[in-house]
Design a protein around this ligand. Structure first.
Ligand SMILES: [Zn+2]
Length: 155
């Protein structure tokens, strides 16, 4: 998670990147890293987790990341949660939780898609929230922060 936080901090300083970091680890080694590259690539799917999943799969010439742990500085959104399920990730660990950050970071209004995992998709995919949660939350706008509407995502 510390590596993911470092990635997020580096991304914060680069145009086109947003301060979200993701690291995928398997067998004690980092398979791939990713930052949010949505603006850089003009690609709304280029969230940090998707970027890292694509790189990890490509590096192993596989579509399955069984046994791998995905670390993200922010609770994964619905798209990234589903991508992790499709990639057969073995565990999801994230830092900042939804209640710690501004609502603009999430698409869903009334539910957390990450909660679907155990209920609807896989009961063998542990989800570990809040790892270095306070440090991760410092990367993001807080609930109630004033953000001009034009700068808010998902609204
Ligand atoms: Zn996402």
């Amino acid at each position: 998670m510390r590596t993911a936080i470092d990635l997020a901090r580096k991304a914060e300083r680069r145009p086109g990147l947003a301060p979200i970091g993701c690291v995928i680890v398997a067998g004690g080694a980092i398979l791939a890293e990713g930052s949010n590259e949505v603006a850089l690539r003009n690609d709304p799917t280029a969230h940090a987790e998707i970027v890292a999943i694509r790189r990890a799969a490509a590096s192993g010439a596989t579509t399955e990341l069984r046994g791998a742990t995905l670390y993200s500085t922010l609770q994964p959104c619905g798209m990234c949660t589903m991508a992790a399920i499709w990639a057969r990730v073995g565990r999801i660990v994230y830092g900042a939780e939804r209640h710690q950050v501004h609502e603009m970071y999430f698409d869903a209004r009334h539910l957390d898609t990450i909660d679907f995992i155990g209920d609807a998709f896989r009961d063998d995919l542990p989800v570990v929230p809040g790892v270095l949660g306070e440090q991760c939350a410092e990367l993001y706008l807080k609930p109630g922060d004033v953000v001009p509407e034009a700068e808010q995502g998902n609204i």
